[in-house]
Design a protein around this ligand. Structure first.
Ligand SMILES: [Zn+2]
Length: 339
């Protein structure tokens, strides 16, 4: 009897199962994803419903799990490096900032994909949390690129202003994505993607530009093999793949309705981003071990101040957006009633 009860509980709450889902024309425009025709969860349900939906089959299941599994893979890599650092331990604060940022974006994204259909207000809030997590990761990314991988002359030039500049740039990225999300209504125009790609893209290009001269000096050095830069090359490949899947919406647009559950561009974007993140831990280890940049460990207090400043800024951005979100939801509601 007890065994039956346990089985019932597992079936109802734990084991993955098909869920009652609806098609794109049965949900409000805000929840529709281009190229995804079916598999939408019922909107306006309780938090418990969306939490249980993590273990059910619908068009967000793989989006949720790709970053939820990614969260644990990142945590595992971080802890492995933390307890047995394969590099100079003075660089541990850099590893910690990057590990924290990576956990923030995978968990923020998991939360957003789980709860965003609860209500339009929650939808906007969820994606602000997602953007804040992404920008936190970008800050960790820019910190390790500077302290472990930067071309040495750049390090000397940028040293004092780099951290405050990157904190501002990360907060601005979160701000731009939040503005673009409420400024444009679905179906989103390409201009919205430009807001997103330019904000995070500018920061990413700046970060990689710190390393590009190392490729050039290696190319002209007969004793240096370009394969010695492979750890960065692999990361670049996965970042480019992420950008491609995020911006192209392929294969969704070509295979209308065929990738509603598995194979969406957004899922491929998640997988590429997690792969790139896992490989970035090797960049920290390799470059700090080989003294790729100046052998000067960062001051842990300045990294802590940078992270706290960033978190304070995004908290302020998220709170100050509430009236604009309410206004946007009101406008959306009016236009829905008019149609
Ligand atoms: Zn996502």
């Amino acid at each position: 009897m007890e065994g039956n009860k346990l089985l019932c509980f597992l079936r109802r709450h734990v084991l993955p199962r098909a869920q009652t889902t609806i098609s794109s024309n049965q949900v409000i425009v805000l929840y529709r994803e281009p190229g995804i025709l079916t598999g939408y969860r019922l909107p306006g349900q309780s938090f418990r419903y969306y939490l249980a939906s993590v273990f059910q089959i619908h068009n967000e299941t793989v989006n949720i799990w790709t970053h939820f599994v990614g969260f644990f893979l990142v945590l595992y890599r971080w802890l492995t490096f933390l307890y047995d650092p394969p590099f100079d331990t003075r660089f541990l604060p850099v590893l910690n900032v990057f590990g924290f940022g990576s956990l923030c974006y995978t968990l923020g994204s998991t939360t957003a994909h789980t709860f965003h259909s609860k209500s339009p207000v929650i939808h906007y809030l969820c994606f602000q949390i997602d953007y804040a997590g992404n920008a936190c990761y970008s800050l960790g990314f820019s910190i390790y690129m500077f302290y472990t991988s930067c071309h040495i002359p750049f390090f000397d030039i940028l040293n004092r202003s780099y951290l405050p500049f990157m904190v501002m740039l990360s907060a601005i990225s979160c701000l731009c994505c939040s503005i673009a999300k409420i400024k444009y209504a679905r179906p989103y125009p390409f201009r919205r993607k430009i807001w997103n790609l330019l904000s995070f893209g500018t920061q990413t290009v700046l970060m990689f530009s710190l390393v590009v001269p190392r490729y050039l000096s290696c190319y002209y050095d007969p004793l240096c093999q370009l394969t010695s830069m492979n750890h960065h090359t692999y990361v670049v490949i996965f970042v480019l793949l992420s950008v491609f899947f995020y911006s192209s919406r392929l294969p969704d647009k070509l295979l209308l309705g065929k990738v509603d559950i598995v194979g969406q561009s957004h899922q491929l974007f998640h997988v590429s981003s997690v792969m790139g993140t896992l490989l970035q831990f090797d960049c920290i280890a390799w470059d700090s071990n080989h003294h790729a940049t100046i052998n000067m460990a960062p001051d842990p207090r300045s990294l802590l101040v940078a992270m706290i400043s960033y978190l304070t800024l995004v908290f302020y951005i998220i709170c100050s957006f509430r009236p604009f979100i309410l206004k946007r939801v009101e406008i959306d509601l009016k236009s829905t009633k008019e149609h």
